[in-house]
Write a protein that binds this ligand. Structure first.
Ligand SMILES: Nc1ncnc2c1ncn2[C@@H]1O[C@H](COP(=O)(O)OP(=O)(O)OP(=O)(O)O)[C@@H](O)[C@H]1O
Ligand SMILES: [Mg+2]
Length: 330
C-alpha cells in the first residue's frame, strides 16, 4: 500500500511528508522533547503516537494530557496528581497523568491552553525530571518521553505574555511542523483510498473506487479541516451511495465554507478563513463585524469555546459573554 513504513499508520508520500517521516526516524529513538505544530486535523495526535511506537518507550503507556478537556480548576490535580486531603474533595491519593505515563510517552496536547500558573510547574518537572503530587512533600522521579502539540501560534502567545518563553524553548527542542493537507496535494488521493478501504471494510459494503470527477474535486478542494475532514467526507460517501465508482456528487463537501455570510452586509469569508470586508454605502456596524468573526472562529474549531477563545485572543468568559450577546449559541 501507500504507507512508507509499516510501523505506523501515517499515510503519505509527498515531499513534505517524506521530510517529516525522515525526521521521525531520526528523533523517535532519542529522549528529545518534540513540539508538533499544525492546523487542526493535520495528524498531530497520529504523529505523536508514531513517535511513541518507534521509541524506546514503545512498550510503556502512551498518555495524552488534553488541555482542552480539563477544566482549569482541576488541571493541576489531573496532571500532577494529589495526596489524600490536598483539598476538600481529595479523599484519596490520585495519580496524575504525568505519573500514569511513567515509563512511556506523555503527549501534552493543546499546550497553549495550559494556564500560566501551571506553566512554571511543568517547566520544573521537565527540568528536574521530578514532580510532587498536589499537597505532597515527597518528590517522585519521572521517566517519561514528553511530546507537545498545538495548532496555535505559540511564538505569538509568548510575545503576548500568555506563554512562558522558557517553557516554549524547553518544549521546542525539536520542532515538527505538519503542513496542511492543501500543501500535500499528492497525498490527498492516497489518504482517501486508505479511508475508502477502511470504511468499506468497517461498514461491510462492496469495493469502491474513485471516479474522475471525484478525483478532480478531492484535489481541488482546500480542506480547511485537513485529514479529519477528508476522513468524514469519505465515510459519508461510502455510507450514502451504492455506486461502485464514487463521483463528485457523492462527496458532500462543506460548501458553506465558500459562503457569503447571511444578511451579507459586505462580509465574506473564504474556505481558508480569509476575511473580506467591503463597507457598504448603507454602512455597517462593528457589532456586525464582531459577530461574523466570532461565528467563523467557532465554525473553525467545531464550536469548541476554549479553542475559539484562543483563536480570538480573548478569555473564555469574554467569549461566552459575546456569544450570548450575539445570540450565537446553538
Ligand atoms: N497522514 C495520515 N494518514 C492517515 N490518517 C491520518 C493522517 N493524518 C491524520 N489522519 C487522521 O485524521 C484524523 C485527525 O488526525 P489527528 O487527530 O491526529 O489530528 P490533530 O492534528 O491532532 O487535530 P487537532 O488539532 O484537531 O487535535 C484522525 O482520524 C487521524 O487518524
Ligand atoms: Mg489532536
Amino acid at each position: 500500500m501507500t504507507t512508507i513504513d509499516n510501523k505506523h499508520r501515517l499515510i503519505g508520500n509527498s515531499p513534505p511528508m517524506q521530510d517529516l517521516l525522515r525526521l521521525l526516524e531520526r528523533i523517535a529513538p532519542t529522549s528529545a522533547t518534540v513540539m508538533l505544530q499544525g492546523e487542526s486535523g493535520t495528524g498531530k495526535a497520529l504523529l505523536a503516537e508514531a513517535i511513541h511506537q518507534a521509541s524506546p518507550w514503545a512498550q510503556g503507556p502512551f498518555v495524552t494530557v488534553d488541555y482542552t478537556n480539563i477544566p482549569a480548576s482541576l488541571m493541576e490535580s489531573e496532571v500532577f496528581g494529589h495526596e489524600a486531603g490536598a483539598f476538600t474533595d481529595a479523599r484519596q491519593r490520585k495519580q496524575g497523568l504525568i505519573e500514569l505515563g511513567s515509563g512511556g510517552t506523555v503527549l501534552l496536547d493543546e499546550i497553549s491552553l495550559l494556564p500560566v500558573e501551571l506553566q512554571a510547574k511543568l517547566l520544573g518537572v521537565l527540568e528536574t525530571r521530578r514532580f510532587r503530587r498536589l499537597g505532597g512533600t515527597e518528590e517522585h522521579e519521572v521517566n517519561t518521553r514528553f511530546l507537545a502539540a498545538t495548532n496555535d501560534d505559540l511564538m505569538a502567545a509568548v510575545e503576548s505574555g500568555r506563554f512562558r518563553e522558557d517553557l516554549y524553548h524547553r518544549l521546542n527542542v525539536v520542532p515538527m511542523q505538519i503542513p496542511p493537507l492543501r500543501d500535500r496535494e499528492d497525498d490527498v488521493l492516497r489518504i482517501a483510498e486508505h479511508f475508502l478501504l477502511e470504511y468499506t471494510d468497517r461498514h461491510g459494503v462492496g469495493k469502491r473506487g474513485l471516479g474522475q470527477s471525484a478525483i478532480l474535486l478531492l484535489r481541488a478542494y482546500a480542506w480547511p479541516g485537513n485529514v479529519r475532514e477528508l476522513r468524514n467526507v469519505v465515510e459519508r460517501a461510502v455510507l450514502m451511495s451504492d455506486r461502485e465508482i464514487i463521483r463528485a456528487d457523492d462527496l458532500v463537501i462543506d460548501r458553506r465554507t465558500y459562503r457569503k455570510t447571511p444578511g451579507g452586509a459586505g462580509i465574506s469569508i473564504s474556505e481558508d478563513g480569509d476575511l473580506t470586508v467591503r463597507l457598504p454605502s448603507a454602512g455597517m456596524s462593528l457589532e456586525h463585524l464582531e459577530r461574523e468573526v466570532i461565528r467563523e472562529a467557532l465554525r473553525r474549531v467545531e464550536g469548541n469555546v476554549t479553542k475559539a477563545a484562543t483563536l480570538l485572543k480573548m478569555s473564555r468568559d469574554t467569549l461566552r459573554y459575546r456569544i450570548q450577546k450575539h445570540d450565537l449559541s446553538e
